[in-house]
Design a protein around this ligand. Sequence first.
Ligand SMILES: [Zn+2]
Ligand SMILES: [Zn+2]
Length: 549
Amino acid sequence: MSNVLELIPLGGLGEFGMNMMVVACGDTAILVDAGVMFPEPDLLGVDLIIPDLRQLARYRIQALVLTHGHEDHIGAVPHVVPHFDGPILGTKLTLALVEPKLEQQGPEMRARLREVKPRERVTIGSFTLEFLRVTHSIPDCVAVAIHTPAGVVLHTGDFKIDQTPLDGEHVDFHRFAQLGSEGVLVLLGDSTNVERKGFSGSERDVTDGFEEVFTSARGRIVVAMFSSSLYRMQILVDLADQFDRKVAFVGRGVMENSQIAQRLGYLRIPPGVQVRDSELREYPQQDVVCICTGSQGEPQAALPRIAINDHRHARLDVDDVVVFSAREIPGNEKAIGRVMNHVARRGADIIHEGIKHIHVSGHGSEEELQLMLSLVRPRFFVPIHGEYRQLARHARVARMVSPGTKVVLAENGDVIRFDEEGGRVAEKVAAGRILIDGTRSGEVGDEVLRDRRHLAGDGLVVPVVAISRQSGMLEETPDVITRGFVLDARTEALLKEIPGLVGSTIESASVEERTDPGLIKEKIRVDLQRFFRKRSGLRPFVLPVVMEI
Ligand SMILES: [Zn+2]
Ligand SMILES: [Zn+2]
């Protein structure tokens, strides 16, 4: 019994995001990663999606191991930590990115954070955990080798093979190979980029593309990126220094992460290069670089506001250049396209991946995945991190690299069991997702927003708004649909005010804002939530529907 090993993916297998895996053997169980997924921009009011945590009760979880600081690996930590006792293990940067998320949970939660270093070993119950350096698009990433009584489980985390890492921290090939020759029971491998041939390339590879932008730009250089792209921030800071421009971070995510990274030495900014966003207007446009959030067209982020000149500090004019330095996450294309249209209306130039090499993926392509498989030569291989087609493709790659390896293709909720009969999916347990509304800490409901606690408590408000595609003005009085409201005289009076309120929200917006369904929905949502909070203390879930006529 004690030598039966179980792996239960609760997220990240069959989808991109919210990575989370239970590893259990005998009396010991740990969790590897606790990530979130971001909703498509149109799923307004839902800030995050996390895995269903019901299955955690099946095991006595003794530790949470974090491979790196991306949100799809650490975003659900505050939701997961109340479900177990024990340490939260991660490298220095990873824990620094987790810490602010635990602020509301008190000092005893933060006391559970335990820093680990590559090549360090930590004992948890009958497991010994060992951390191995890997390269990715954020610094301080590790893979984890879990030595269990049943054998070694090697989890790659997210990785690519960056042979010229900006921070000089190379993939620990030696230890991967050594573990391989000592014998690895099962390898869990990142499948994100398995459909790409060749190598993904170094983080450094974007330097030339950006240098061309700096050489030719006559106005501001505005770069939208993921707030975790610290290597890219370093490249931009260095170019700004070289070309005598000031750098400002605009948007909460890039501000917070750049501060943490500077404090810990992962981002070095020469004195005098950085300015506050509120100081931007003091500098001529050709002296400025803005590093901002909003690369996915998120209506509440910086770039979509800047693009309609509705940002408090940053603006766009003719001669400026806007660089979209991030992958387009599928589902976000429309929102990103709308932001690009706004940018073009300002007369600014647009540069994206298709025009210049200004983005490089953090995930290994086929050659890198093959190299990992041939270094480790595991007895079993489980592809992780991907939709089913990527997992299936990675399975094929593994069979080509090492015919002796048995592949187990699994999805979220599959219990993968290793015992004397081998390794296989032995049973299926419930796994799913929970939508989180960031304005409060609890869950709001499941995928279709049915009768859950939040809705029963504070209700759901759906203003249905028909606007003219051309002018953005109301075509008729908005309808308001509600669910879960106690309809007394007071709430009825409140609901009667909504059509008028929506009307004035739309009137106060610029034409560009109200003809952009993403932006106007967000504005209506924010205004209505404020209205309910102020007037009734209620926090209903507000889900505007905007029809363009
Ligand atoms: Zn990652
Ligand atoms: Zn990831």
